[in-house]
Write a protein that binds this ligand. Structure first.
Ligand code: SAM
Length: 234
């Protein structure tokens, strides 16, 4: 594991929630509906970085077989609870990270997805993931990366551009704090904040193309500063 990976593995080691804008079931159900729309069918699904299973339990009824993968034992514990409560019998959970997951799989999938996870991977790790995923993708399959942080919109969200309360003083204060964080993080070679790294959609598209895929980028419906990368072969 790389040094930066350790930071995230440690951060998530005792976490129990996926950090959705709201953890109300009505909100999670809406988020899952949007995601199922983009997943657009398939019979088998791998949910990488499934966390507490907040979306996975909504995906499962639409698939024959689903696998949830996460490197956080506490997240998987929460996932197990949720799966039991919902009687989802077609979900298997695997404790693994982006490097170790591939050796633990014994079949390929129609859909490989991740929601709010790739912000914890570097471009190089994303490239390796897409390369490996392509070997576990069935014909006509898709890799769908939900809720990637958009580097063009994320800084605007950070300074409160999308918030209801847009006073000048608040903007200025947040902009100065943001700049201080960026400088301090780059000096320490740390990610800027706990939301991880933002990734330029054009660079993700280049990685997809290099691995023989097309990619379309769709604005996230519930997070103004996030986009979904839908990766497929033509
Ligand atoms: C923000 S949460 C999202 C959880 C879930 N996808 C959801 O939307 O509810 C990110 C999850 O990704 C997992 N994760 C981050 N990096 C990972 C990696 N390299 N390998 C496996 N899991 C990872 C974390 O443990 C955490 O559960």
């Amino acid at each position: 594991m790389s040094k930066s990976k350790n930071v995230w593995a440690e951060f998530f080691a005792d976490k129990r929630r996926g950090g959705h804008r709201s953890s109300a079931e009505e909100f999670l159900a809406m988020e899952a509906r949007e995601k199922l729309f983009h997943l657009d069918g398939g019979e088998t699904l791998l949910d990488f970085g499934c966390g507490a299973g907040e979306l996975l339990v909504y995906y499962a009824p639409e698939y024959e077989k689903t696998i949830g993968v996460d490197f956080s034992p506490s997240m998987l514990e929460e996932s197990s609870k949720r799966i039991r409560e919902r009687n989802c019998e077609n979900i298997t959970l695997i404790l693994a990270d982006d490097k170790t997951v591939w050796d633990k799989l014994d079949s390929s999938f129609d859909r490989i997805t991740a929601a709010g996870v790739f912000q914890y991977l570097t471009y190089q790790e994303i490239e390796e993931f897409i390369f490996n995923a392509s070997n576990y993708l069935n014909k006509g399959g898709k890799i769908v990366l939900f809720d990637m942080l958009d580097p063009r919109l994320y800084p605007l969200w950070k300074i409160g551009m999308f918030s209801q309360d847009k006073s000048c003083r608040k903007f200025l204060y947040k902009a100065v704090c943001g700049a201080k964080n960026i400088i301090s993080a780059s000096l320490k070679n740390h990610p800027i904040d706990i939301l991880g790294y933002s990734h330029n959609p054009n660079k993700i598209k280049k990685i997809a193309n290099k691995n023989g895929f097309e990619m379309i980028c769709v604005q996230s419906m519930y997070y103004e500063y996030k986009y979904h990368a839908i990766i497929f072969r033509t």
